[in-house]
Design a protein around this ligand. Structure first.
Ligand code: UD1
Ligand code: CA
Length: 454
């Protein structure tokens, strides 16, 4: 694969988003728009990505991290001016610089790779990726000669009535020969309706200098859509989710109703897993094979093994091993590890705990800060008392322990291997292995009470 360098424009405020957050950090399918662009570029062969930041630059750097390089554009004087800011970094580069915008989350790696390849094959100094937009309002229009050759790109605000009838638009994505780009940028002026330095002017400057310029038209306009408003963000979201469910189904996942199934871009799901409606799989979630997920499940950043059943559950930042059965209304909170063959029944909350293989928590439990062994039976209503109002403490429950219904395990405390706790006990001291502990008031009968009460 031929490689290239990208310059990703992300300095604008994105006024129409009406937001405190820089536009490119708004999320679609669980990921900032800018990250979608970076990921597509990487997959298409980018060897360096330079992000031009301006409005909220620090916030952008923090959110995206140091997998890319950054250049600051102090004043937003136009797209040409934005690219010029990268000259100190890229002025010595040879080969292709691809310019992208940070607000086009629908770009695919395939499209970028094809565009780059056609640019190289054409032997052009500059190429523009165009799209046929049903509603071209606001975009720069591609003006071609009768023989099809690209003459120039004219911005909507600078266009004549006749030019505004053109449906072929500038997607804002270009490939340039690095040296040609910077020498032409020096000649770009701001003599136009917006008083900005327009990057597309580089094309006509190079053409006038006798260089070859080229245009590649995208097969669909969807992939190049630029997102300027929350309404357009919702459109991007829907398209990304549709693509994701299509991809999963093509890979052997059954999705009962793709319209009510919400899967983030980077989630992976194994073959023969069935997903029921109103399921949200988010962030870095990975689901194994042969699972039955949903209805009404939300998994965030959770790794799930094979053969897991879950419905009406909310799990975040946790690990669920093979063949776990998550009953209804479970809440599995961060740093929990649910081992294989565990059964969680109705209304169980687990936090920062390890639940050993084959253990059962069938109903109404709170398990926090607990190291539970294998094949433990926690009776209905049993809870760990992990917090004294100041500090949290751990509870340890040994393998094969049997904890009767409605018990409180007051941490720090250990229930030994094969130990038994009688129903209704409040356990405040360690229970040794193989022992039965009863910690409740003895029942007594007062005869004739009814008559005594009068
Ligand atoms: C631009 C193109 C237009 C094209 C459209 C595609 C120009 C002059 N026009 O118009 O032909 O059809 O994109 O979406 O390039 N930016 C900076 N610094 C600046 C100005 C902009 O980083 O000084 C960034 C913005 O944050 C944005 C991108 O460049 O990510 C595009 O800028 P925007 O103002 O949205 O350009 P358009 O008017 O959409
Ligand atoms: Ca604009």
């Amino acid at each position: 694969m031929l490689d290239f360098i990208t310059v990703i424009l992300a300095a604008g405020k994105g006024t129409r988003m009406k937001s405190k957050l820089p536009k490119v950090l708004h999320r679609a399918a669980g990921k900032p728009m800018l990250q979608h662009v970076i990921d597509a570029a990487d997959a298409a062969g980018a060897r360096r990505n330079i992000v031009v930041t301006g409005f909220g630059g620090e916030t952008v750097r923090r959110a995206i991290g140091d997998s890319v390089e950054y250049v600051e554009q102090k004043e937003q004087l136009g797209t040409g001016h934005a690219v010029l800011q990268t000259e100190p970094l890229l002025g010595g580069e040879h080969g292709t610089i691809m310019v992208l915008c940070g607000d086009t989350p629908l770009l695919t790696a395939e499209l970028l790779a094809r565009f780059h390849e056609e640019h190289v094959l054409a032997g052009a100094k500059a190429s523009v990726l165009t799209a046929i937009m049903p509603n071209a309002k606001g975009y720069g229009r591609v003006v071609r000669r009768d023989n099809g050759e690209v003459l120039k790109i004219v911005e909507h605000k600078d266009a004549t009535e006749e030019e505004r009838q053109i449906h072929e638009v500038n997607s804002g994505i270009y490939c340039f020969d690095a040296q040609a780009l910077f020498s032409a940028l020096d000649k770009v002026t701001n003599d136009n309706a917006q008083g900005e330095y327009y990057l597309p002017d580089v094309l006509s400057i190079l053409r006038d200098a006798g260089e070859k310029i080229w245009a590649v038209t995208s097969d669909d306009y969807e992939s190049t859509l630029g997102i300027n408003s929350r309404s357009q963000l919702a459109i991007a979201e829907r398209i990304l989710r549709r693509r994701k469910t299509e991809e999963l189904m093509a890979d052997g996942v059954t999705i009962i109703d793709p319209h009510t199934t919400f899967v983030d871009a980077d989630v992976r799901v194994g073959m023969d897993t069935v997903i029921y409606p109103f399921t949200f799989l988010e962030g870095d979630t990975v689901i194994g094979e042969d699972c039955c997920i949903g209805p009404h499940v939300r998994f965030q950043n959770t790794v799930v093994g094979n053969g897991v059943k879950a419905h009406y559950a909310y799990v975040h930042d946790a690990q669920i091993d093979d063949d776990v059965d998550l009953g209804q209304f479970n809440h599995i909170r961060p740093d929990s590890h649910i081992s294989a063959d565990v059964k969680l029944g109705n209304f169980v909350e687990v936090k920062n705990s390890d639940i050993g293989v084959g253990s059962k928590l069938p109903h109404l439990s709170y398990i926090g800060d607990c190291d539970m062994g294998a094949h433990v039976n926690m009776g209905c209503g049993t809870i760990t008392v992990n917090y004294d109002g100041k500090k949290k403490y751990r509870t340890v429950v040994g393998d094969h322990a049997f904890v009767g219904c409605n018990s409180n395990l007051v941490a720090p405390v250990t229930v030994g291997t094969n130990a038994y706790v009688a129903a209704g006990s409040t356990i405040t001291h360690d229970v040794p292995p193989d022992t039965l502990s009863i910690a409740r008031a003895r029942q007594k009968e007062i005869e004739g009470w009814h008559d005594k009460r009068g």
